[in-house]
Design a protein around this ligand. Sequence first.
Ligand code: GUN
Length: 292
Amino acid sequence: MQLIDGKATAAAIKQEIAEEVKARVERGEKRPHLAAVLVGHDGGSETYVAHKVKACEECGFDSTLIRREADVTQEELLQIVAELNSNPEIDGYIVQLPLPKHIDEQAIIRAIDPSKDVDGFHPVNVGRMSLGLPCFLSATPAGILELMRRYEIPTRGKHCVVLGRSNIVGKPVATLMMQKGEPGNATVTVCHSATPNIKEICKTADIIIAALGQPGFVTADMVKPGAVIIDVGTTRVSDPTKKSGFRLSGDVDFENVSPLCSAITPVPGGVGPMTICSLMRNTLLAAEGKVY
Ligand code: GUN
């Protein structure tokens, strides 16, 4: 069984990006500049955004964090988005999700200039991805494909089962796995909460991408020997032995599944660290004007 080390791969990619940025700056070009909008004080969002700001430093990017309290109005957020769209200093930006209930998340995403949408959430980027056109790929699916590329996981003609149909992971990763390309060219089945025979379907999978957010959902009896397992779950479960009071739990019963499979991503240290690399890569592409 091969452990797919997302942490080490992410560190190598950030190093590669830092070298590209150094060369840019030496040519007299500007440093890529990522902005993040963070609303409220959700624990998960605070952690993610702090990691994104730290990754900017590691890659030699400039970063700007714009914070608003949870009672911010939709109009004020739209105003911030409009300013970021027209600010030539900012190459790309993200609005950290989820947003408070009184804000229409999709309205905010639609207001982002697609050429600065380094999260790849705007309908234009999602549509371009579906058509196989140049676009900003959303971070988690791009991170999964990059791990498969670097670990030379064969995907052509394989049966890939995706568990979950979210806009952020399940749908885009299913689209990318079926597209022409390497990685890609897989036969894809998407399972979700209304799929009656998930266990039987998983048992036929060469690759399982688990993105349900249900700790330990994928058990050993669902896995064909030799399968590749990509665990996208990052649910916080309480753990009094940890200083933070919680630990991250994947969607896969790692202890019992890992001896069966040919390769597997751990949680933490698998897909998670790769997502931030994808955001950094997209920001560099935005600065270079290589997508739009
Ligand atoms: N919330 C959880 N993941 C993400 C992400 O990749 N981008 C943004 N903007 N919000 C998130």
